[in-house]
Design a binder for this molecule. Structure first.
Ligand SMILES: CC(C)(COP(=O)(O)OP(=O)(O)OC[C@H]1O[C@@H](n2cnc3c(N)ncnc32)[C@H](O)[C@@H]1OP(=O)(O)O)[C@@H](O)C(=O)NCCC(=O)NCCS
Length: 178
């Protein structure tokens, strides 16, 4: 463990509950809005499918843990199809990123480390591009831009962003192409 006070490891099946916690944190990113309960998040198919059945074949995740092993953040990738797209769906071969850090650890480099590491593992797997959806008012967007994501589609409040990994094709490719 470095001076940062946390280390990273691959997510396993035992992390399903923690990933759900981080999904709930991501849904509730805006403290000015009434929080959505964990049960409500899991009832909502469009949210729940980011963690349902974790891990599915093809899933890839990284967990940050503090000294003692308690998880403090996670970033994970899941591939969605045209028939069950995520909010940031781009194409059937572009996995979508989810990320969350527990409140007490935000702003200390955990999120950036998770994004870097999950991208490294994805590159090693031969994944060419990863995508995400972020509400434009969320400060997370600045982190994504700093980590090499570019906007490829915009809705009224949210952007779809892509990061090209390794020698993958340009992010300028149309979001509907696959
Ligand atoms: C977004 C999130 C994962 C970033 O992780 P983090 O560990 O706080 O981020 P880092 O410390 O590695 O990087 C800091 C950068 O992240 C961004 N950031 C986003 N939310 C932040 C927060 N609450 N506190 C500090 N920085 C935040 C800023 O761009 C910041 O850069 P700056 O310090 O130069 O302003 C984390 O804040 C979080 O879990 N937020 C709530 C859930 C969420 O929004 N998930 C993403 C949904 S798309």
């Amino acid at each position: 463990m470095a001076d940062s006070g946390f280390s990273l490891r691959m997510a396993t099946a035992d992390d399903a509950d923690f990933l759900t916690d981080m999904l709930v944190a991501a849904v509730n990113w805006n403290p000015a809005q009434t929080a959505v309960s964990r049960d409500r998040v899991l009832e909502d198919c469009l949210s729940a499918h980011y963690v349902e059945g974790w891990p599915r074949p093809g899933d890839l995740g990284v967990v940050a843990v503090e000294a003692g092993g308690r998880p403090i953040g996670a970033a994970w990738l899941r591939q969605f199809g045209h028939d069950d797209p995520g909010y940031g769906f781009v194409a059937g071969d572009v996995p979508e990123l989810s990320v969350g850090v527990v409140a007490a650890w935000r702003g200390k480099g955990v999120g950036r480390a998770l994004l870097t590491d999950v991208a490294r593992h994805a590159t090693e797997r031969g994944i060419a591009r990863i995508c995400l959806s972020v509400e434009r008012a969320n400060r997370a967007r600045d982190l994504y831009v700093a980590e090499g994501f570019t906007t490829v589609a915009s809705g009224p409040d949210a952007d779809t962003m892509i990061r090209v990994l390794g020698d993958g094709p340009s992010a300028e490719t149309s979001p509907s192409e696959g």
